[in-house]
Design a protein around this ligand. Structure first.
Ligand SMILES: [Zn+2]
Length: 86
């Protein structure tokens, strides 16, 4: 077992060598992990879409409506009410 540190409380955490990755962050317990996920631990914390970004997202969405959407096959698939797709 290799000794690492809980990145929340600093407590020693033991991990198998196979579980060790340099970039990995370790937690001693689930509750520490939960703390890390809250607030600053969450990469989206404090970030908000700017008005510009929201407009871009809306524009992209509207492009995908109807025949411009990625699911559009160019024809209507007829579905029989009894036998399903023919
Ligand atoms: Zn901890």
């Amino acid at each position: 077992m290799i000794k690492t540190k809980c990145s929340v409380c600093g407590k020693s955490v033991f991990r198998y060598p196979s579980e060790i990755r340099e970039t990995e962050i370790y937690y001693c317990s689930r509750s520490c992990r939960a703390i890390a996920m809250k607030g600053n631990g969450n990469t989206n914390y404090g970030k908000h879409h700017s008005k510009e970004a929201i407009e871009k997202i809306k524009a992209r969405r509207s492009l995908q409506v109807g025949n411009k959407g990625p699911g559009y096959k160019g024809q209507i698939v007829k579905i029989c009410s009894i036998g399903g797709v023919r």
